[in-house]
Design a protein around this ligand. Structure first.
Ligand code: GLN
Length: 299
């Protein structure tokens, strides 16, 4: 006999108690424990969440109960909801994600907003997205600006397979994908605007423990987290039209370092923008024109 108060989550429960206990189980590791529990139960039962409100006293059948328990344990171990459900909403698109791609973050919508401000509604620009992952940024821009042509690169074929599937699923015709390191696969081409959400977390950053289910290559970039941004600052100009803009997402503590790196490599009009939480997260820079004098390196 289990005494009241010590009842553990198990497969022989009614919907209401299963949800209440799963919520408790998930509380320590999730800011949205109740919602997570409901989404996981709707998956285990293959019903809409509204079903639970009408049927809180229905008993779970043991198979569904076991499926629910295993989903709750995956979530409790820190796996992102998006990997369990296989999808994530970004810019009002339902995107497929997998452990080969970073889970798109709401902050990254700032990068999309800033890019769209630089692309007129009727513009037919060529846009490059470096390190596209699930394709979130590239697809958001391509859909908002149908006259533009968007090219997105990634080093990971597995990530690109997901991005291509998202483009197909969302029926986005004006996006193309290319596999390779940063600008390598598009050498010789010219773009009017380049965007990137590169890896920018330092190798020793403690928050990485919380992100262990996501690809390290999409998160980490050397000792100070700036290796990828340095590479992009050095090479993006090769495929950017004169006066073209580069937009980079970065960590909230990297504002000065990113600006210094961009200035050191000859970019001009470097400007940083805050996310909706007031933190400096997106830096925009302009490619110096051929006749401008780049600042001396090391100045
Ligand atoms: N913003 C992410 C995080 O710290 C990192 C994403 C990235 O490195 N591009 O959770």
């Amino acid at each position: 006999m289990v005494r009241e108060g010590l009842v553990a989550l198990n497969e022989f429960m009614d919907i209401g108690s299963a949800l209440a206990m799963a919520t408790e189980r998930l509380r320590a590791g999730s800011d949205s424990a109740r919602l997570d529990a409901e989404l996981l139960l709707s998956r285990a039962l293959d019903v809409n969440r509204s079903y639970f409100f009408a049927h809180p006293e229905d008993m779970l059948d043991p198979d569904a109960g076991r499926r629910f328990l295993s989903l709750v344990e995956r979530r409790a171990s820190g796996e992102p909801m998006s990997y369990i459900t296989g999808e994530r909403e970004f810019w009002s698109m339902n995107l497929m994600v997998s452990p080969a791609t970073l889970v798109p973050r709401p902050e990254t919508e700032l990068l999309v907003e800033r890019a769209l401000m630089l692309i007129g509604r009727k513009a037919a620009m060529r846009i490059l997205d470096l390190g596209t992952g699930s394709g979130a940024i590239a697809l958001a821009i391509a859909r908002e600006r149908p006259l533009c042509e968007v090219v997105a690169t990634d080093l990971s074929e597995d990530a690109l397979a997901i991005a291509r599937q998202n483009a197909r699923q969302l029926d986005v015709p004006n996006v193309a994908f290319a596999c390779g390191d940063w600008v390598d696969p598009v050498k010789g081409q010219r773009f009017d605007l380049i965007v990137s959400n590169p890896p920018y977390v330092a190798e020793a950053d403690e928050t990485l423990a919380l992100l262990r289910h996501e690809p390290r290559s999409a998160l980490c970039a050397g000792n100070d987290g700036l290796d990828a941004i340095r590479r992009i600052a050095q090479t993006a100009g090769e495929v950017l039209a004169d006066d073209g803009r580069l937009l980079l997402e970065h960590g909230s503590m990297q504002r000065e370092a990113v600006a210094a790196e961009l200035q050191r490599t000859g970019w001009s009009q470097v400007e940083c923008f805050n996310d909706h939480g007031g933190l400096p997260r997106v830096t925009v820079a302009r490619k110096a024109t051929a006749d401008a004098h780049p600042p001396a390196i090391g100045r």
